[in-house]
Design a protein around this ligand. Structure first.
Ligand code: ZN
Length: 448
């Protein structure tokens, strides 16, 4: 009962409470919450035993490898990494997603770089998470449907690589939650969706793009009121197709193993959840546009997330958002830090960063016949694969060369070395990353 209370309480606070007059008020309020958190909870995890009385900025910055190397020291339940992974894997193996261990949930994230994330949440945190996601995500019309008992329950279809009872928490009588397992073929999902007619459709953008094609082709006949992208970077061409197919603006959730980090607003920006998280920007460029977030979750007490540096590159939006929220807003989650390419400057030959969204914008201009592409930096060359009709392949390559060279020239860089390779279909379950730096050029390692 206490847990249900946590869900409703968080929901109400996130939806109607926690409104701040301006950013200063938010930051002052946040500061008090952080002080309480540090005083009451920090030293319960053995990693922080000697940090009594320390301010947040005096605590060490940690990252995923550091936490995985000493997992038990970062949680307050005394659970080792081996034990946590065993339980999560056993659940994944029989697709039985109720791996509770003394009321705790263990989840595994599908890490894109090979290191899997592991997280523990307790029952109350799980409910709070559910309340927060719903409060932030659902439109007033969707909430009204939940609240009006004479109308059908709100149906949410959720596509995931792995389920977790974290997500099943959201289910209730007024809310029906259908889990779609991405390891199953798309045809079955289309049939199930046609049967269920979900009001809210939640999936990674690559899956939404396939569903959009099925909808435009007439096989998928659903009219969701909300379409939500999760788990991957949204490519501009996917956004256009998804919005065209379903006729509603695409919403975005920014969620990582480390928590529910942000959600898009009606004005189209992505707001960070600063009412629950403290997020320090670690700036990546001189103009302070792009940063890696250093996250402190001052509401989570089972596994501590304190000054935890994520691998993501976020692009800060300029000025306050017209939606009225005072939380920091982003233009985009651009990708991971190893999605950043490097190329030498014309002036001093020193390698400079080429951020993935600038490459994406250049590639959008290439040709309408380009269905997909991959650009990988391997040392001193960028390897490009383009999926286009064979009749247009040569002209697509020429256009790609022109756009990428134009981009580099505009950034004051030397002309890039491009190697075109034949297109290969990526494995269906792989998280999509169109732009990746597989190997940095040697000089970039030294200077970065
Ligand atoms: Zn906004």
């Amino acid at each position: 009962m206490r847990e249900i209370g946590a869900a409703i309480g968080t929901f109400a606070r996130a939806r109607w409470g926690l409104r701040f007059l301006d950013r200063d008020h938010l930051l002052q309020w946040q500061q008090r919450r952080i002080e309480h958190f540090l005083r009451d909870h920090l030293r319960r995890a053995s990693f922080y035993r000697d940090f009594g009385g320390a301010r947040l900025d005096q605590l060490p910055i940690v990252d995923k490898p550091a936490v995985l190397a000493d997992f038990a020291a970062f949680n307050t339940c005394g659970i080792s990494l081996d034990r946590a992974v065993d339980i999560a894997l056993a659940a994944e193996w029989d697709r039985n997603f109720r791996p509770t261990l003394d009321g705790l949930t263990v989840g595994l994230s599908s890490g894109t770089s090979g290191t899997r994330g592991v997280f523990i949440v307790n029952a109350e945190e799980r409910q709070r998470w559910a309340g927060l996601v719903l409060a932030r995500l659902l439109t007033t019309a969707s909430l009204r449907q939940i609240a009006q008992p004479w109308r059908p329950a709100l149906r949410i279809a959720f596509f995931l690589r792995a389920n977790s009872n974290l997500y099943e928490t959201v289910a209730s009588r007024r809310l029906q939650f259908a889990f779609h397992d991405l390891t199953e073929p798309l045809g079955g999902h289309v049939q199930r969706l046609n049967g269920a007619s979900p009001h809210v459709l939640v999936a990674p953008p690559t899956v939404l793009r396939s569903l959009a094609a099925a909808a435009l082709g007439g096989e998928l006949r659903i009219a969701p009121a909300q379409v939500v992208s999760v788990a991957e970077v949204i490519e501009p061409d996917d956004r256009v197709e998804i919005e065209r197919a379903f006729g509603v603006p695409l919403q975005e959730v920014y969620q990582a193993t480390e928590g529910f980090l942000g959600v898009s607003c009606p004005a189209g920006r992505l707001h960070l959840n600063e009412e629950f998280l403290h997020i320090e920007p670690e700036w990546l460029d001189g103009e302070h546009r792009r940063f890696r977030p250093i996250v402190t979750d001052f509401t989570r007490t089972s596994q501590l997330v304190v000054r935890y540096r994520l691998d993501d590159v976020l692009r800060d939006a300029e000025g306050p958002c017209t939606c009225g929220r005072v939380t920091r807003s982003l233009d985009a989650v651009e990708g991971r830090s190893d999605d950043v390419l490097w190329w030498p400057s014309r002036i001093d030959r020193a390698p400079r960063q080429v951020f993935p969204d600038t490459v994406r914008r250049a590639m959008v201009l290439v040709s309408a016949s380009v269905r997909d592409y991959r650009i990988e930096q391997r040392g001193q060359a960028w390897h490009v694969r383009i999926d286009a009709d064979s009749a247009d392949a040569d002209s697509a390559q020429r256009a790609a060369r022109r756009e990428i060279e134009g981009l580099c020239s505009g950034l004051g860089l030397e002309p890039p070395v491009l190697r075109f390779e034949p297109w290969i279909e990526p494995p269906p379950l792989e998280k999509r990353r169109r732009i990746r730096c597989v190997d940095r050029p040697i000089a970039a390692e030294a200077r970065a």
